[in-house]
Design a protein around this ligand. Structure first.
Ligand code: PAF
Length: 278
């Protein structure tokens, strides 16, 4: 496995790879890998000749008071895990390499970012699209892989690809969970022991909410009541929306999503399922 830090070297690798007729699967990450990322690599390996993983803590998607500086980083550990999983290339650029100048043109996530995490983290998804669009161009990937835990991100990226005819397909990966149901996330390391014990309750609450939604009851109050007094974190939002349109009117696929702010970690989770129209 090779680690590439410059755009020039990446482009040379892409040219050689494409020249030999291989397809490229891209797994974009911010590093501090867990089984969720590895499952995306496995999927990418099964569907492409070569797999490139980007590892870049993207400053453009962090707000001024967010955790950019203390976001967990460990490139050596990531290199080991990525190599074991069969990644061909890690692309780990510096911020200066990715953003050598102030961008003149911005990409906006639009109304899809007005709900859920987008409403709480202004500019976050614009920053995600900024880096993802660059990575799509730089890697010339045939397929790119994103986890369903970040369901709003996935919907927004799918929308950009469709609206602007990016020549690749977006592949969804199932959320990978700990045995007790907690969704794997690089940010789980921020949880205190007590918070770690509470964290699986989010998924339990969502399961009860899903059942309520399917039976035509209000899932949001079911989730809220279940968590009330049982978690120390503060609920940021609980919402039921259509998926992937993220609209209030639901006919078919729906997402029941939650975000909870614990002392140092903001956890998100969701379930996507089918409901009858409302
Ligand atoms: O999901 C993430 O880790 C990031 O948002 C992504 C897609 C790698 C862009 O920085």
């Amino acid at each position: 496995m090779r680690t590439i830090e410059t755009i020039q070297e990446l482009k040379a690798w892409v040219k050689e790879t494409k020249g030999s007729g291989e397809t490229i699967g891209l797994v974009p990450t911010m590093g501090f890998l867990h089984e969720g990322h590895i499952s995306l690599v496995n999927k990418a390996k099964a569907e492409n000749g070569r797999v490139v993983m980007s590892i870049f803590v993207n400053p453009a998607q962090f707000g001024p008071n967010e955790d950019f500086d203390r976001y967990p980083r460990d490139l050596e550990r990531d290199q080991r895990l990525a190599e074991q999983a069969g990644t061909d290339v890690i692309f780990a650029p510096s911020a200066e390499e990715m953003y050598p100048r102030e961008s003149q043109i911005s990409i906006s996530a639009g109304a899809l970012a007005d709900v859920l995490c987008g409403a709480k983290r202004p500019g976050h998804f614009d920053g995600v699209l900024k880096v993802v669009a660059k990575l799509f161009h730089l890697t010339e990937a045939d397929r790119a892989y994103f986890g369903q835990k970040d369901a709003q991100q996935l919907a927004i990226i799918e929308s950009m690809v469709e609206d602007y005819n990016f020549p690749l397909s977006i592949r969804r990966g199932e959320t990978v969970r700990e045995e007790d149901g907690l969704a794997k996330s690089s940010r789980n390391v921020y949880l205190s022991e007590a918070e770690r014990r509470e964290a699986p309750l989010l998924q339990q609450a969502l399961q009860l909410g899903k059942q309520a939604a399917i039976e035509g009851r209000d899932p949001v109050s079911v989730v809220r009541q279940y968590l009330d007094g049982r978690i120390s974190g503060e609920i940021d939002y609980i919402e039921l929306l259509s998926y992937p349109a993220l609209a209030k009117e639901i006919e078919g696929e729906a997402i029941l999503a939650i975000a909870v702010q614990f002392e140092k970690a903001r956890l998100i989770d969701n379930l996507i399922f089918h409901v009858k129209g409302n």
